[in-house]
Unconditional design. Structure first.
Length: 70
């Protein structure tokens, strides 16, 4: 069985936020602001955070995620 390692609280928060955004199929400007401020707060991106952000971009590019309240 594989377990995912979460290096920090911010990585866990980013993962939960991205999961919620993707599950809803929508990302608001508030979600975007929260996501970006959390990721850049430590001054660098971890691989885990980068993968989560790429998930959001992939969903937007393929039309599976709508931007709302912009």
């Amino acid at each position: 069985m594989m377990y995912q390692t979460v290096e920090s609280q911010s990585e866990l928060f980013v993962q939960e936020l991205v999961d919620r955004i993707i599950a809803s199929g929508e990302m608001s400007h508030k979600d975007y602001s929260l996501l970006t401020s959390t990721v850049i707060a430590d001054g660098e991106f971890s691989d885990v955070e980068r993968r989560q952000i790429n998930r959001v971009f992939d969903y937007i590019q393929t039309g599976r995620l709508k931007l709302v309240d912009w």
